[in-house]
Design a protein around this ligand. Structure first.
Ligand SMILES: Cc1cc2nc3c(=O)[nH]c(=O)nc-3n(C[C@H](O)[C@H](O)[C@H](O)COP(=O)(O)OP(=O)(O)OC[C@H]3O[C@@H](n4cnc5c(N)ncnc54)[C@H](O)[C@@H]3O)c2cc1C
Length: 389
């Protein structure tokens, strides 16, 4: 064997997983398509991640939190969900006086850089950037991968963290339910007239969904606008002035006039549920296992939790000197992570189906549903979902 663990994909899930093995002394090779410099200096991708307190704790344990400047954190005090033209807002106001009661928003590029910085000097870690896997084969005692650069690598365990469109997942023969939604998300930071007060807004309008995420600075937010793919493509090319006008109108001036602060990013929407999270000598983590719809802001949080869970299980087994790629270890991870992910995935899917369905019956049902959700037990449940994953 050339190493103990081969990890494909240096996104947040892959980096967090590798860091979680830091104290084990295991030899880990991380294969990433982008050059290593692009991981160290991850570029802005427009994503503002709503980080739960639990995720912040995991990042602290991994030694990544210290690499995120406090001034770049945007506390999330509360959230409101609105439907169509109805004035009713479903509030999420967790008790307590802290400004970050619902968590905090952190730019995805900062999280990626922080996780990468935490890997500095990790013993036994080899980074193979600028290459990807051409073929892979699982054997009884390990796995062999062939890389684009012609080299081959053998390890005892393979971890696929190569995004929701994971090629490694397909090569492992794991099927996945992939739903392309025919809609895209346009993401752009904006300056607006009225202060956001640390409150996130999710507004399911007819024909569009718009989220306003409060950023550091009282009058800056990240706008996440979901529309059919062609409408988003047109808007993305419209130029800053036209985009600013469109966002002001589409947000119904809730925060006053808006001014786009950069060119927007566009993400075509697809959700993924892998039929298995493990195969002989291999496991899927992050979006490669579950690609969530971003509307409930759970993908990163769930991926981080799964990566940390698997790394902790491997560390325990390695400490005993047992097989880190055993079927029982991988089955244990698969069962626990599926149990954690299934309710969040199903709830998110239900919300997307209900609130983006513009047929009259669905429109009529929504106000009653929102009011029902406002009832104490249900709202507590949703709050828990929002803050604990
Ligand atoms: C607009 C938007 C907003 C979001 N907001 C939130 C939020 O508020 N909260 C939240 O929890 N989540 C959010 N998410 C989801 C979150 O961004 C993802 O869940 C998270 O990035 C998944 O991390 P990952 O490491 O699994 O995959 P990725 O981030 O996709 O990283 C995969 C990595 O693998 C590499 N790779 C791919 N293929 C190969 C290959 N063949 N060989 C080698 N390397 C490869 C890629 O270069 C990349 O570095 C949002 C997503 C979007 C699109």
């Amino acid at each position: 064997m050339d190493c103990d663990v081969i990890v494909i994909g240096g996104g947040p899930a892959g980096l967090a997983f590798v860091r979680g093995l830091g104290a084990t002394g295991l030899k880990v090779t991380l294969i990433e398509r982008q050059p290593v410099a692009a991981l160290a200096g991850a570029a802005d991708d427009g994503r503002e991640i709503a980080l739960t307190h639990r995720s912040a704790d995991i990042l602290r344990d991994l030694g990544a939190w210290v690499h995120i400047p406090a001034s770049s954190l945007s506390p999330l005090r509360a959230a409101r969900v609105l439907d169509g033209a109805s004035p009713f807002a479903l509030p999420f106001d967790p008790p307590g006086g802290a400004p970050d009661r619902l968590g905090q928003l952190v730019s995805n590029w900062r999280l990626r850089r922080a996780l990468f910085a935490a890997l500095e000097g990790q013993p036994g870690l080899k980074l193979r950037g600028g290459t990807s896997v051409r073929a892979l084969q699982t054997m009884r005692r390990g796995v062999e991968v062939a890389l684009d650069d012609g080299s081959r690598l053998r390890g005892r365990l393979l971890i696929a963290a190569d995004s929701r469109f994971s090629e490694a997942r397909a090569r492992l023969g794991i099927a996945a339910d992939i739903r392309r939604l025919g809609r895209s998300m346009l993401v752009v930071p904006v300056e607006h007239e009225r202060p956001h007060g640390g409150v996130a807004l999710e507004w399911f309008g007819h024909g569009q969904t718009i989220a306003l995420l409060p950023m550091a600075g009282a009058t800056q937010s990240s706008v996440v606008l979901t529309l059919p793919e062609d409408a988003v493509a047109r808007l993305a090319l419209a130029g800053t002035a036209a985009l600013s006008r469109a966002l002001t109108r589409r947000s119904a001036e809730r925060l006053g006039a808006m001014r786009a602060l950069s060119t927007p990013w566009v993400y075509p929407l697809a959700t993924v549920w892998s039929r298995h999270f493990a195969a002989p000598r291999a496991a899927l983590i992050g979006d490669a296992a579950v690609g969530m719809h971003p509307v409930t802001a759970h993908g990163f949080n769930l991926g981080l939790r799964g990566a940390a869970r698997l790394a902790a299980a491997i560390a325990m087994v390695a400490g005993r000197g047992d097989d880190i790629g055993s079927a029982s270890l991988l089955r244990g991870y698969e069962t626990a992570h599926r149990l954690a992910a299934a309710p969040v995935f199903a709830a998110t899917d239900l919300i997307v189906r209900l609130f983006t369905d513009d047929r009259p019956a669905a429109r009529l049902a929504r106000p009653a549903l929102l009011r029902a959700a406002a009832m104490a037990p249900l709202r507590t449940g949703i709050s828990r979902l929002l803050t604990h994953h």
